[in-house]
Design a protein around this ligand. Structure first.
Ligand SMILES: Cc1cc2nc3c(=O)[nH]c(=O)nc-3n(C[C@H](O)[C@H](O)[C@H](O)COP(=O)(O)OP(=O)(O)OC[C@H]3O[C@@H](n4cnc5c(N)ncnc54)[C@H](O)[C@@H]3O)c2cc1C
Length: 345
């Protein structure tokens, strides 16, 4: 009989499975359940951009990060403005990483009838076990994997509340998508169509990014939430892969200590509540309030950068933050104007 059930074999559930089995828990004591995805790559959601924090997290579970890295862009564009990326952001083959994390696991499509002592809710957007949250917000996203005629640079096109992106993958392939509160789905589709004009489409999918910040309690009765199910995604950038893995790690470090687990998660990601507030204020009052030095410092740490003066002066990084702030703050140009000017240049 399994002792625990991990519901969800996304990045949080799979990483947790691997951590627990490496710590000596018998695979027979863990039931891992996921209905799977019918998408081309076999997982959902399929955003593959990650920071250098991926390297130690990958090594921590005995895997070689180089096996999964598919692209390390040297430059990035905020709209049309070029900034240095210098390897701060990379993209990984997330399906391959999840497959390897799950080595030795038998993932069930639905839960068995066994009664388990603990359920880990790693079901992402669904919160299938921990339950709904009254002020939850999910931003709709659409994405395509396409093949360009030459390698595409990494690009963000911020707009009022949300942004479109181009994330280079292997060869000439890239993910092109948009997450937005400003535009409806048809407009979002139009933007992705413009960004992917002349490319070969490999697959496409839809999803949601939680724009809520950490949702407490993370532990209710015998259910423990990890990853996006616990709201652990940065509402401003939509980055959720690193927090999913880090929260799984924190859970193993506070295995029988719910209060300790919540406190550790809040120490690490409590500031997502502030970035969530920025998104809400922008949405409700049209003001973009991002003048908090402590938050800028948090973003440096989140990007695996030491928040030293040297890095605060880093033109690539500060350029990215400043250009994004300016584009969002002054709401200019709109994503459509950016598209037009990209075509002209
Ligand atoms: C379009 C898009 C692009 C993104 N791009 C990026 C990016 O580039 N970088 C980044 O860091 N983050 C990105 N994100 C966010 C990131 O993908 C998520 O935050 C991250 O995957 C969360 O991991 P998770 O394991 O907590 O949840 P998920 O990855 O959502 O995994 C949840 C799993 O639970 C399963 N499941 C659902 N219901 C049940 C159930 N009832 N029982 C059992 N299993 C269930 C699902 O099938 C899924 O496998 C993106 C999100 C979207 C939607």
């Amino acid at each position: 009989m399994p002792k625990i059930r991990i519901a969800g074999a996304g990045i949080a559930g799979s990483y947790l499975w691997r951590l627990l089995t490496r710590k000596g828990m018998s695979p027979n004591d863990i039931e891992i359940v996921d209905p799977g995805s019918k998408t081309h790559c076999g997982i959902t959601p399929c955003g593959f951009a990650i920071t250098r924090q991926f390297y130690p997290l990958c090594r921590e579970v005995g895997l070689d990060p180089q096996k999964y890295v598919v692209s390390i862009p040297g430059r990035s564009y905020q709209g049309n403005i070029r900034v240095r990326a210098k390897g701060y952001v990379l993209s990984i083959d997330k399906p391959a990483f999840i497959r390897d994390l799950l080595e030795g696991a038998k993932v069930l499509p639905s839960p068995s009838s066994a009664t388990v002592a603990r359920i880990i809710d790693a079901t992402g957007n669904e919160r299938a076990h921990i339950g709904p949250h009254s002020s939850d917000r999910l931003a709709p996203c659409i994405q395509r994997k396409v093949e360009f005629s030459k390698p595409a640079p990494i690009r963000q096109l911020p707009h009022h509340v949300g942004f479109a992106w181009v994330i280079p993958l292997e060869g000439n392939c890239a993910h092109v998508g948009i997450g937005s509160y400003t535009y409806d789905i048809e407009t979002m589709k139009g933007i992705v169509a413009e960004l992917t004009e002349g490319t070969k489409t490999i697959c496409s999918c839809r999803g949601y990014i939680r724009v809520t910040g950490p949702i407490l309690p993370l532990v209710r009765d015998n259910v423990w939430a990890v990853g996006e199910a616990g709201g652990l995604v940065d509402p401003l950038t939509g980055s959720g892969m690193v927090p999913a893995m880090v929260s799984a790690k924190l859970l193993t470090e506070h295995w029988d200590d719910p209060a300790g687990y919540e406190a550790a998660v809040m120490r690490e990601y409590g500031w997502f509540r502030e970035t969530q507030e920025i998104v809400r204020t922008l949405l409700e009052t049209n003001e973009f309030k991002f003048w908090n030095f402590r938050l800028w410092k948090k973003y440096l740490e989140f990007s695996d950068l030491d928040p030293s003066i040297a890095n605060l002066m880093n033109p690539g990084l500060m350029g990215t933050l400043l250009v994004n702030t300016a584009l969002t703050l002054f709401q200019l140009p709109s994503v459509f104007q950016l598209l037009r000017s990209m075509k002209r240049s």
